[in-house]
Every structure is written in C-alpha cells, then in structure tokens.
Ligand binder design. Structure first.
Ligand SMILES: C[C@@H](C(=O)O)C(=O)SCCNC(=O)CCNC(=O)[C@H](O)C(C)(C)COP(=O)(O)OP(=O)(O)OC[C@H]1O[C@@H](n2cnc3c(N)ncnc32)[C@H](O)[C@@H]1OP(=O)(O)O
Length: 218
C-alpha cells in the first residue's frame, strides 16, 4: 500500500435502515453476513457484560451490572446503530511532517494517506496500525489556520487525542438513532471527511468527554 491508498474500510455490513433509524434494539441479525461480531451469543453477552462494567466505572451507572448477565441473550440489551469498527483515533499535532516522522520511526506505522481539508481547517495524515488499514488508523491532525478547531484544541490542551472515530454502515441512520437517544450531532447533515467519506460528530459533552466521529466510507 502506498500513500493515497487509505480508504475508511472494514467489512461494511448492511443493516436495515428501518431498524437502525429508531430506538428499537437490534440485537438479532438476519444472516451470517449480518452478524456484527461473528461470535456466538453467549460470547457476545460476556463481552457486553464487561463493556457495561467499564461503562459503570466510567459513568457511574450503578444499574448496569444488575440488568445484564452473560446468561441472557445479547438481543435484550445490545442496541446496534451500525458501528462496525474503530475507523481512526485522531491526534492533534502542531507540525504534521514531524509527527508523521515520529510515528513512522518510533512505532513503525506507515503513512498511507495525506490530505488537506479546508472545510475542517486541517492538514491530516492517516497511518495504518498494522500491515493494512483493516486494523484502523491513527489520524494526525494539524491546524490550517489559527481559527481551526485543531488550533483551538492545541491552545487549550496541547497535543494529544482529539477524537475517536467509528466506521458506520449508514451515517444518516446512525445519526438519527443517536438523536433519538438525546445526543447532539454537530452537523444537521453529514459533511465531507477523509477520502470523500461522510462524517458527523457527537458533541463531547454528550459522550463522556470524548469527541466521537462517525464515518461512512465513500
Ligand atoms: C478530516 C476529518 C475526518 O476525520 O474526516 C476530521 O476529523 S477534521 C477534525 C477537526 N474537526 C473537528 O473536530 C470538527 C468537530 N469539532 C468541533 O466542531 C469543535 O471542536 C467542538 C467539538 C464543537 C468544540 O468546539 P469548541 O472547543 O469551540 O467548543 P467550546 O469551547 O464550546 O467547548 C465545549 C467543551 O467541549 C470541550 N471540548 C472541545 N473539544 C473537545 C474535544 N476534542 N474532546 C473533548 N472535549 C472537547 C471543551 O473543553 C469544552 O469543555 P468545558 O466547557 O468543560 O471547558
């Protein structure tokens, strides 16, 4: 793979839009290809139990443990909004070229894509985590102007993790589902992201202090 090869990939699995748009739980899947994690229900339930335990620690929700058990089918409490994998973790940096060198030379990651996105006010680079982008990417974000969101982030926090981005099958459906659940999406309709993907963000104040990006690959 060479620079320019980045595509927000992952095996994108179709999930019915009708089911994603509402608040209905979508734990049951219709075919093997649709299985979100390809694991047996019991295994999934165990994973969800651990996830809920972490959520309880993070967000102080004391009822999370009481409501779930690895013996219960996942369908009772898993809500699928079409998230399929971590697309990238975005890190704010002051100097893009220096940061690319650092990650390539220190961690052995490979830069697979660079781009300027004037609407977002960034120069960015995608570095594959592992031999292909299937393992997700590290995204380095440098400000184009002093007014850019990344410049503001750097002024306030210094360099560091600015966002976590998830690949979704259908961004309109995912945004609709999150709005129904009371979260604020930053844009009324998705905008253009890396490599012509469609993107939107959940406000960090509605997501435990994390700026969450949703990415639907081109
Ligand atoms: C290329 C594209 C792609 O991947 O395809 C990209 O990602 S471009 C990447 C660059 N573009 C973006 O990030 C676009 C989406 N981001 C934004 O629009 C902005 O950064 C906001 C998330 C709305 C925050 O804007 P701003 O800092 O001006 O708002 P604000 O001053 O009112 O801050 C509100 C509160 O949110 C917190 N806050 C701000 N940015 C945060 C972040 N990245 N992570 C966690 N918390 C954050 C502030 O500390 C503050 O908390 P306190 O009130 O407690 O002090």
């Amino acid at each position: 793979m060479s620079p320019g090869d980045y595509r927000p990939t992952g095996r994108l699995i179709g999930v019915g839009r009708r089911r994603l748009a509402g608040t209905e739980d979508v734990g049951r899947v219709d075919s093997a290809a649709d299985r979100p994690f390809g694991r047996e229900a019991a295994g999934r339930a165990g994973e969800v139990a651990r996830t809920a335990w972490s959520a309880e620690r993070l967000f102080g929700q004391t009822n999370a443990m009481a409501e779930i058990s690895p013996d219960k089918p996942a369908a009772d409490y898993v809500t699928d909004i079409g998230i399929r994998r971590i697309d990238h973790v975005g890190v704010a940096v002051a100097d893009l070229d220096k940061a690319i060198d650092f990650y390539q030379q220190t961690f052995g990651m490979r830069c697979v894509h660079t781009e300027t996105n004037t609407e977002q006010g960034v120069r960015e680079a995608m570095l594959a985590v592992g031999p292909t982008t299937e393992g997700g990417c590290l995204q380095l974000l440098a400000p184009l102007t002093p007014e850019s969101t990344i410049a503001k982030f750097l002024d306030r926090n210094g360099p560091g993790v600015q966002q976590v981005a998830y690949t979704v099958t259908d961004i309109d459906a995912a945004c609709a589902a999150l709005r129904e659940r009371g979260l604020r999406l930053l844009y009324d309709t998705p905008r253009r992201g890396t490599a012509d993907s469609r993107i939107n963000f959940v406000h960090p104040k509605d997501a435990g202090g994390v700026l969450v990006e949703l990415v639907q690959p081109a």
